[in-house]
Design a protein. Structure first.
Lengths: 136, 353
């Protein structure tokens, strides 16, 4: 998985590691267009959480990786809190993670099976947040 | 999208089929299992709970208390599925209560109406307005947002029983899950409500009454109920606009915190509730019937009648808060009023409770 992301964005990796890139022009372009490196993600809010973000369930977003390198769930959560949550952030987060009772699925997979806050996200990932805290 | 799949630690496979990639971690067992195996174990476990506890007998008419929310929607789906698959021989019905909350219940009832068609289960809706003469909107207008949940809870309980009686069902099933029950155990401890503590963990209650209730999801984690229908069941999830039942909210959050640290805590709290032994010297309320409407009650009047009397006499505080000891005086006071007039809309007397 890790190596795959490196092949997708060779410029960023090389830039960070300081290994000179043999294609100077490509390197310059990548630097100039760092914004383009923003990762496109699909975020879905359910179980009532959508009410915290303009009642919109699905958000297609572009998130800048930290230091232009990688994007972790921890960083994404902070980004969501700042950029998408319009009210009652305490319904969504507790500390730097989601509030207990909020399920997180990354590409249809329970985040308890991955590294949770340390999970590294990639282009086109789909992250779903569902609150279990509403009435049944 | 091919590369956008799963970010699993290591290359583990589903611990049941050992073939596919796991999709979730089961809170109950901590097993990592795939979606297909999850559907199977989820449904099989509920089937086992039904069989082991003899929840149903062939030929019974069963009402499913349906709010349009996740628990009751999953319950309606799973139960009709299991009924077919294992030939339970049950006649299933959906039973909904319309509390009269604009912008909340009217929307969720639309969900139930869709479920009626999707699962082919007949639906019966009973409303507070027709049963009690008051909608929750009207009650909140009168009493404000302070004790409205008390009214709603008491009225709903009786409304479900009355709806079940109208449907002539043998039992009523509700979607209470393991998390709900653990939460209720804690609340009953916090309130010192020994009578409720001793019955809140029973999978079947009211067997001596006209319509027993049971909870097939007693051992089912909320997390799994939420993941189960992911993307394909039609349910409604909006918090009641009058909701903030703060006390229950605290208990709920506490349970979820515990679950994060040790998922088994939920089942263990239920176990603790089950295994409480109430000392013989503890005074338990005696179950009788409400003198007014005939509904089961440990007092002269059932709670719904006391609350309704308060509403109709413009004394909405009546019956709110602790009523032990006070109850007799209240009842004496109430005898002075003409009950028949204010009770017109609540014809419980016609029911055999």
């Amino acid at each position: 998985m890790e190596s795959l992301s490196q092949t997708i964005r060779p410029g960023a990796v090389n830039f960070k590691s300081g290994i000179p890139n043999n294609n100077f022009i490509e390197e310059v372009l990548l630097c100039a267009n760092l914004k383009l490196l923003a990762m496109q993600l699909t975020l879905e809010f359910g179980g009532g959480l959508e009410l915290l973000c303009n009642s919109l369930k699905i958000h297609k977003v572009n998130v800048d990786p930290q230091d232009g390198e990688k994007l972790t769930m921890k960083h994404l959560l902070a980004w969501v809190r700042t950029n998408l949550i319009k009210e009652r952030p305490e319904m969504f987060m507790k500390g730097d993670s989601v509030r207990p009772g909020v399920l997180v699925l990354i590409n249809d997979c329970d985040w308890e099976l991955s590294e949770q806050l340390d999970t590294v996200l990639e282009e086109d990932d789909v992250v779903v947040f569902i609150s279990t805290l509403h009435g049944g | 999208m091919a590369e956008a799949a799963a970010k699993l630690k290591g290359g583990r496979l589903c611990s049941i089929c050992n073939d596919r990639r796991p999709a979730l971690k089961r809170p109950k067992t901590l097993e990592q299992i795939c979606r297909e195996c999850f559907y199977t174990v989820f449904e099989d476990e509920i089937h086992n709970v039904i069989v082991e506890n003899q929840l149903f007998k062939p030929g019974e008419r069963i009402a499913i208390g349906a709010s349009g929310g996740k628990d009751s929607t999953v319950l309606a789906y799973v139960l009709s599925e299991l009924n077919r698959r294992h030939n339970y021989g049950l006649d299933l019905f959906l039973l909904s209560v319309d509390e009269g909350i604009t912008g909340y219940r009217d929307d969720s009832l639309e969900t139930v109406k869709r479920n009626e068609i999707q699962y082919g289960l007949p639906l019966k809706v009973v409303s507070y307005k027709e049963l009690y003469g008051w909608t929750m909107d009207e009650i909140v207008k009168l009493i404000g947002l302070k004790n409205n949940c008390t009214f709603c809870g008491v009225f709903r309980r009786q409304a479900l029983d009355r709806g079940a009686a109208l449907l002539k069902v043998d039992k009523l099933v509700t979607g209470h899950n393991a998390d709900d029950i653990a939460e209720t155990v804690l609340l009953n401890i916090l309130r010192g409500d020994i009578a409720r503590l001793s019955r809140c963990t029973s999978i079947i209650t009211g067997e001596d009454g006209p319509i027993p209730r049971c909870k097939p999801f007693k051992y089912t984690y909320e997390k799994e109920i939420v993941i189960y229908p992911f993307c394909w069941l039609d349910y409604f999830s909006t918090e009641c606009i009058y909701s903030p039942n703060a006390y229950r909210g605290f208990a709920r959050e506490f349970i979820k915190d515990l679950e994060r640290m040790r998922p088994r805590a939920i089942l263990d709290i239920i176990k603790s509730g089950e295994d409480f032994r109430i000392s013989a010297s503890t005074k338990m309320p005696e179950q009788g019937n409400c003198e007014r409407c005939g509904y089961i009650s440990s007092q002269k009047w059932c709670k719904a009648c006391v609350l309704l009397e308060g509403l109709n006499r413009g004394l909405p505080k009546l019956g709110i808060g602790r009523s032990r000891g006070l109850n007799n005086e209240q009842n004496k006071d109430m005898k002075l009023t003409d009950g028949t007039k204010s009770m017109q809309s609540k014809q419980c007397g016609t029911l055999d409770f």
